[in-house]
Ligand binder design. Sequence first.
Ligand SMILES: [Zn+2]
Length: 215
Amino acid sequence: MVPILIKIKLMTTAMAGWTAAASPVPMPVEGVATVLGSEVTSPIAVSLFDENEHRTGNIAVWRDGSTDLATKAEVKSLFHCRTTHREKLMAQQTLAMLADIQEHYPGKTIEYVSAYRNSSGESWTSPHRAARALDFRIRGVKLGEIRDYLWTTYTDVGVGWYPSEQFVHIDTRPVEHDMAWTFLNGNNRYHPYWAEKIRTTRPTSVATIDRHAKS
Ligand SMILES: [Zn+2]
């Protein structure tokens, strides 16, 4: 948690710069520079809420999805399998996505309903079994907006829309093709209209997750 404290300290210094700036000049150059610097060199404080166990969690994740040892333990605990209670560290690329989502929706809490799953009923090819997936929603943000942001921002991902259950599934899949689906009436419907439409009309907004995580 030390990096977060450093960030807060830097922010405070910057805010002091704003306060100290001589009126009416609203340009505390040093303060702004400090804030920009801290954004580059500090991890993202990701705010989480476990919908099943009603447990909150705050983890510091760097933009490439890396974390320190203590945070790794916390990540494993937060995202443990609800059925078997086993733990597996979430993939770094998925954590990088999580950090990006938090940065994109500042001040919001990522409310998750499912993460790592390794019960006997879970498919051997499931990204949940590989600890690469998360099912979540963000209170105050339309589910379709989250879905569209993820699908237009990343490649090498799976994005599932679950309108009835009110969550979005994300996973990172470095060796498989992108996949989008809508889950409705008990079935996955692949190549849904929202995925086709978005990537046809806004192709330039598609970026690769490699800008966040290399491994
Ligand atoms: Zn899922």
